[in-house]
Ligand binder design. Structure first.
Ligand code: AMP
Ligand code: MN
Ligand code: MN
Ligand code: MN
Length: 277
């Protein structure tokens, strides 16, 4: 069985490895098919594709779009997107546009918590100045000894409701799914187990997403516990979604799993890759 990993990040967003190095690491971990899915950016896909060709691997062009739905952030992964599609590129540029100002505000709020220099520190860690993410702030706070690990940073400072959380209006769901589809891609709800919605809101999200032409849902991801693999496998069956698998790898030693390191999809699901492999 092929090892297929359809979610990871490079220095083009909040990963710590350059696109070619992500591909090389995936290859070393036994991955056969890898999707690079940087936040709101496809700028690393060309480099990753070249690296994969040299290694005899398949690179799936992807992206992870930040969306606000029902006042909360949802991530929508686009797979097999045309990275030159003007509508997709314009939509992603618009989605990214608020990040730098938000980062400055996060820096001010952290300063109010007695943590100086966080904006400059996060920017220095960001490989792409237009893609400063909370992860860069989290790494800065861990490096500075303010928190023991990234999880603690989100719990104390950066998570929803915490003092340095700056609410964002990202893209809307209709636009994000529309850009992905216009670019020939398939839209997939990323790590549903991370969203803090009521059961009714989840139901509405799934129905709305499907009505918009969304096709898939991540079932096996580095963000889910084994119990959640079963829970979202059931959601995939119930709503007729294609199932996806992705590590959400960001950096060596960070997060729960490495590239390709997840179990296979539960039985009885239609994989999102069925039509391409
Ligand atoms: P942003 O798009 O700037 O809001 O940052 C979102 C990123 O922060 C996610 O893609 C993860 O990489 C990271 N993140 C969010 N919540 C957590 C958490 N609870 N623990 C660790 N990383 C997190
Ligand atoms: Mn991330
Ligand atoms: Mn995500
Ligand atoms: Mn991700």
């Amino acid at each position: 069985m092929k090892n297929i990993d359809l979610h990871c990040h490079s220095t083009v967003s909040d990963g710590e490895l350059a696109p070619a190095d992500v591909v090389a690491r995936a290859h070393a971990q036994g991955v056969d098919v890898l999707a690079l899915t940087d936040h709101d950016e496809v700028g690393g896909v060309a480099e990753a594709t070249r690296a994969a060709q040299g290694l005899g691997m398949t690179l799936v062009p992807g992206v992870e779009v930040s969306v606000t739905w029902a006042n909360k952030t949802v991530h929508i992964v686009g797979l097999q997107v045309d990275i030159d599609h003007p509508g997709l590129l314009a939509g992603l540029a618009q989605t990214r546009s608020g990040r730098l100002g938000r980062a400055a505000e996060m820096g001010r709020r952290l300063a109010g918590q007695g943590i100086d220099g966080a904006y400059e520190g996060a920017l220095a860690l960001a490989g792409n100045r237009n893609l400063v993410s909370r992860t860069h702030f989290a790494r800065f706070l861990v490096d500075g000894g303010y928190c023991a690990n990234i999880q603690e940073v989100f719990e104390r400072f950066l998570g929803p409701g915490q003092p340095a959380f700056v609410p964002m209006q990202w893209s809307n769901l209709e636009d994000a799914v529309g850009w992905i589809r216009a670019a020939g891609g398939q839209a997939v709800i990323a790590h549903p187990g991370r969203y803090d919605y009521t059961p009714n809101a989840f139901h509405a999200l799934y129905e709305t997403f499907r009505d918009l032409g969304g096709e898939g849902i991540e079932v096996v991801t580095g963000s889910h516990s084994p119990d959640q693999y079963a829970e979202y496998a059931q959601v995939a069956r119930q709503y007729g979604f294609l199932a996806s698998r992705g590590s959400d790898f960001h950096a060596p030693g960070e997060g729960r799993v490495d590239l390709g390191g997840l179990p296979p999809l539960p039985a009885g699901l239609t994989p999102v890759w069925e039509r391409w492999l």
